[in-house]
Design a protein. Structure first.
Length: 136
C-alpha cells in the first residue's frame, strides 16, 4: 500500500514538496546531519495508533520547528512532520531520521486527512506497513 501525494495538487503541494525533499534531498531538511536518510520509499512506514506515542512524536516535532524557526504562533503556518506522528518511525523514535518544516496550516491539515483516509479505506491497522509516493 502507498500514499500518493502530488506536488501539482494545490491542496497539498507544500506537504508533498516537504516529503519529497525529506525522501530525496534530506540535506535540505531539519534536523540536518551528514548522511541522513528518511524512511518511506525503500523502507516502509508502519502505522501507530497509540495516541500517547503520537502525541510524543508531535511534541518532539514542534520542539524541532521552534528550535529552527522560533515562535511561529499567530501565523498561518504549522509544523509539518515526516514521517507522520501516526507512524512508528515518527520523530520521537530516537534516530533523528525525520524532517520538520513550517508549511501552510490548511495544506498540512488536508495532508493529514488524506493520510487518515488512506488508513481507513485500506484498513491499515496498527503496525501495518505502507510506503510514500510523491508525484509531480
Amino acid at each position: 500500500m502507498e500514499l500518493v501525494l502530488s506536488q501539482k495538487d494545490p491542496a497539498v503541494n507544500e506537504s508533498a514538496l516537504h516529503i519529497y525533499d525529506a525522501l530525496n534531498r534530506p540535506e535540505r531538511t531539519f534536523p540536518s546531519w551528514p548522511g541522513k536518510t528518511v524512511p518511506g520509499v525503500k523502507e516502509p512506514l508502519h502505522r501507530l495508533v497509540d495516541k500517547e506515542k503520537q502525541k510524543k512524536n508531535r511534541t518532539r516535532s514542534i520542539k524541532e520547528c521552534e528550535k529552527v524557526w522560533g515562535d511561529y504562533k499567530g501565523t498561518d503556518l504549522q509544523c509539518d512532520e515526516y514521517p507522520y506522528a501516526s507512524t512508528k518511525e515518527g520523530s520521537n523514535k530516537g534516530d533523528n531520521r525525520f524532517s520538520v518544516r513550517l508549511i501552510d496550516g490548511t495544506d498540512n491539515e488536508t495532508g493529514g486527512r488524506r493520510l487518515d483516509q488512506m488508513y481507513t479505506l485500506n484498513r491499515i491497522l496498527d503496525g501495518d506497513a505502507f510506503y510514500m509516493k510523491i508525484t509531480n
